[in-house]
Design a protein around this ligand. Structure first.
Ligand code: F6P
Length: 359
């Protein structure tokens, strides 16, 4: 067991329901093991100023498990070194300052809760000798090495509820409704919510789509008297031979903003089928609100495991869900990769067996 007296904890990247549950578990487990927790505000940026680091005790995390967002604040610019640090010299100076402040604050370890971008930066700090434990977070569920990230179950539950509601209005008006969900590189939310909500077509980034296949499926439904349909589209889905739909191009330090594929698919389906079609974007509603009980439990287990790893001195690692266990994986094995839906995914094949088309 290591004799660490003080750790830092921070959240980076887009928020996900369950962040506060992880923070709570980290603070409580650390406290119960005689370790002081310093909450660092706004991702790595907070480490640069003493005033943005605060001691947290179990009293400070009381009642936060059920809250969405993060009490520590976060930054999601696509550049975890914050949007203002755009040159490589600027980034090096920033990183040096983070390492210096880590030591000046008397920290023995840093628990970094974040998605692929934040964990990649955490890995760089780990390689520079900063004792890091990562906790994987993204509603997209596309981090390699863990079956689930917290936040995914909540996002799927929300999207499923939305699809249920859209079903009734689609049927009443004999319309096609296209539902755009999040999923930048991976179609996990679309696949799970599409199957759970009984969608007729699911379009995901892993399978460039052809709308004729979707039209054929919708016509078949018409033949057997189902004059309405639900099409679920991941924001990162794109047509075969076509391009991603963007709201904003990438700029230095910022990844491109995706959006618009749902509206485009709806417009084209209306033209191809002659049926009235509407589109709905679920957007950030999927990231807000209270985490499901599954996500609360997972987040709590992740937070407690992170402190176990700190105590055992197992740094440069990420906690991961390998059902039924929570395990540690080397950060080096998981960063820079994306867990996409494989073509032989059991759920994908099940959906196809049920007649759902992927375009
Ligand atoms: O990475 C999670 C995610 O929800 C993506 O699906 C989406 O593209 C992105 O975040 C949007 O994040 P923001 O609006 O914070 O830039």
């Amino acid at each position: 067991m290591s004799s660490i007296a003080r750790i830092g904890v921070l959240t980076g990247g887009g928020d996900a329901p369950g962040l506060n549950a992880v923070i709570r578990a980290v603070v409580k487990s650390a406290y119960n093991n005689g370790i002081e927790s310093l909450g660092v505000e706004d991702s790595f940026d907070g480490l640069l100023e003493h005033s943005r680091c605060r001691t947290m005790t179990p009293k400070d995390v009381r009642g936060i498990m059920r809250l969405g967002g993060t009490v520590l604040g976060t930054i999601n610019t696509g550049n975890p070194f914050s949007g203002i640090v755009e040159t490589s010299e600027g980034q090096r100076a920033y990183a040096d300052r983070v390492v210096e402040m880590f030591h000046r604050l008397g920290l023995g370890a840093l628990v970094v809760i974040g998605g692929d971008g934040t964990l990649a930066i955490a890995h760089q700090f780990a390689e520079r000798g900063v004792p890091i434990v990562g906790v994987p977070k993204t509603i997209d569920n596309d981090i390699v090495g863990t079956t689930n990230c917290f936040g995914f179950d909540t996002a799927v539950a929300f999207a499923t509820d939305a699809i249920d509601r859209l079903h009734t209005t689609a049927e009443a008006h004999r319309r096609i409704i296209v539902v755009e969900v999040m999923g930048r590189y991976a179609g996990w939310i679309a696949l799970h919510a599409g199957v759970a909500g009984g969608a007729d077509a699911i379009l995901i980034p892993e399978i460039p789509f052809r709308l004729d296949a979707v039209v054929e499926r919708l016509r078949e439904r018409d033949k057997w008297g189902a004059h309405f349909s639900i099409v679920v589209v991941a924001e990162g889905a794109f047509p075969a031979g076509g391009r991603l739909s963007l709201i904003e191009e990438a700029t230095a330090g910022h990844v491109e903003r995706l959006g618009g594929v749902g509206a485009r698919v709806a417009q084209q389906l209306q033209a191809l089928t002659g049926k009235e079609t509407r589109s709905v974007v679920l957007g950030h509603l999927q990231r807000g609100g209270a985490p499901t009980s599954f996500d609360r439990v997972l987040a709590t287990r992740f937070g407690a495991k992170a402190i176990d790893l700190v105590r055992q001195g197992e740094f440069g690692t990420m906690v991961a869900f390998d059902p039924p266990d929570i395990i540690a994986r080397p950060l080096a094995e998981v960063v820079g990769k994306t867990k996409t839906v494989p073509p032989d995914s059991d759920l994908l094949l099940t959906a196809k067996a049920l007649g759902i088309t992927f375009g």
